[in-house]
Structure formats: C-alpha cells, structure tokens
Design a protein around this ligand. Structure first.
Ligand SMILES: [Zn+2]
Length: 260
C-alpha cells in the first residue's frame, strides 16, 4: 500500500475512534453507558442520523448546528476527532503495525478522554487513571521504554508507578500544608502513577518537565489574554497527558538529559 492510502486509512480509523471518545468524554462523568443509547442531540434529544455523525465532516456540513433544533454543536467534537485522527496516524507511522502500537494507542485514547474530562469537570475518573496504571503494568514486558528481561521491565514499571503515585502524594501533602490550599488533585496523583507505570522513573521526570513547561506557557497566554479562570485553577491532567503522549511516541527522548 502506498503512503497516501496508508495515511488516509490511519486517519479515518483515528477519526472514527475520536468520535467514540467524544461519547466517552460526555458520558463517563455523567455515569451514563457509553454504548447505549445511541448519540442524540443534548438539547432536542433527536437521534443523530448516521450521515450526520461522520467524524469532522458532519460538523462542517451541518455548519456546527443540530439539523433538527439548530442548537450549536460544541467545537469539542471535531477537535477531539481531528486530534485523535492526527495522533493515531503519527503513532502508526512511528511504530508500524505492532502489538505495542495498539497498546500505545489504547493509552493515547484514555489520555485524550482524561484530558477533555479534566478540562470540563476538573476531575479525572478513577476508572481511567487507575485503569491506566494496571494496563501499564500488564503490558510492561513489551514496552520499548524498558530494557532487560520481562522481570526487569516489570520492575521498572512497578517502581515508576509507586514513585509516581506515592511521590506525588507526598508532594501534594507537603505543598498543601505550605500554601494551605489543595495543591495537586487526587486525579493528578493517580495519573502520575500511570505515567510511572508506562514510562518509568526517568520518563516520569521527563513528562513532569514537559507538563510544567506547557502548563506555564498556557498559563502565560491565558494571563496575557486576561482569561485565567475565576478560581485561578487550571487542570493539570491535560499537561501531564501531553508529557506521557510524548514519552509513548519517543520512549528514548528525555528533556532532562539534553543538557548533559
Ligand atoms: Zn437538536
């Protein structure tokens, strides 16, 4: 298959998954089943026809409005679809068609859902963050971030998970006492555990650094635009997710070691 057909195939596959991730972002915090009932307009409840449910394209064709009641459709829908499609394509071209590609893609999809739920609700559902810790441990033996035999790989994964979880827990208690305010959310602590399980201790340090840099840039932009949220809080989950996604894509890249 030539490059162009492969690109289209991966992109369409990713866009379809992205469409499902939108359902997850919308329904998991509301504790509604992610498979039933089928998609419907949140305002007028009309069932969305298959031809109005084509990733990215339907949003453009419908002019960002529900066909039935003309309610505005959130930009989140095509954004998640496009992001998922683009990153899926990147993962496939980066790793080829291997078992690990699908494991890494599964993590990517969970991270996209985590990020958008955190942006909307300031929380990360346990099922996603804790689920990712166990998934990371289970697939550690094929994870290219780790070296050695399966036991060595598993040890790196569980050490990373423990340090990520308990380390940030300790840090959260310390910082909260210092500033007398909740410093790091429980969701972020579990997500740090997942980052450790999937990329080990060095990977975790790398992800944390990337997350802080992205976080500071975003905070700076929001402050310059005078758009910082009223409570001053910005969810950290999306930034940690960016860090882990970069780790998954480039398991041997480390920002901390660049200066050495
Ligand atoms: Zn409607």
């Amino acid at each position: 298959m030539d490059f162009f057909s492969m690109f289209i195939l991966f992109f369409v596959f990713g866009a379809v998954i992205g469409s499902f991730l939108n359902v997850c972002v919308y329904r998991i915090p509301e504790k509604i089943s992610i498979v039933w009932p089928p998609s419907h307009c949140p305002k007028c409840n009309s069932k969305i026809k298959w031809y109005d449910n084509i990733p990215i394209l339907s949003y453009i064709i419908l002019g960002a409005k529900c066909r039935n009641c003309k309610e505005k459709i959130s930009l989140q829908y095509p954004a998640v679809e496009f992001l998922t499609a683009a990153l899926t394509t990147l993962f496939f071209f980066n790793f080829g068609l291997t078992t690990w590609t699908f494991c890494a893609l599964f993590c990517l999809y969970v991270l996209i859902v985590i990020s958008f739920i955190d942006l909307k609700t300031y929380t990360i559902p346990d099922i996603l963050s804790i689920g990712l810790i166990f998934f990371g441990l289970a697939v550690s033996f094929i994870n290219p971030a780790f070296t050695g035999d399966w036991l060595a790989k598993f040890t790196s994964s569980i050490t990373g998970a423990s340090i990520g979880f308990f380390g940030s827990w300790g840090l959260a208690i310390f910082c909260s006492a210092l500033i007398k305010k909740d410093a790091l959310g429980g969701g972020d602590i579990k997500l740090m555990g997942a980052i450790g399980a999937l990329s080990g201790c060095w990977g975790m340090a790398n992800a944390l650094m990337i997350a802080s840099i992205f976080g500071l840039i975003c905070f700076g932009i929001l402050a310059a635009l005078k758009k910082t949220p009223e409570n001053g809080a910005i969810p950290f989950g999306p930034f940690l997710s960016v860090g882990l996604i970069i780790n998954l894509l480039y398991p041997h890249f480390n920002l901390l070691l660049l200066g050495v």
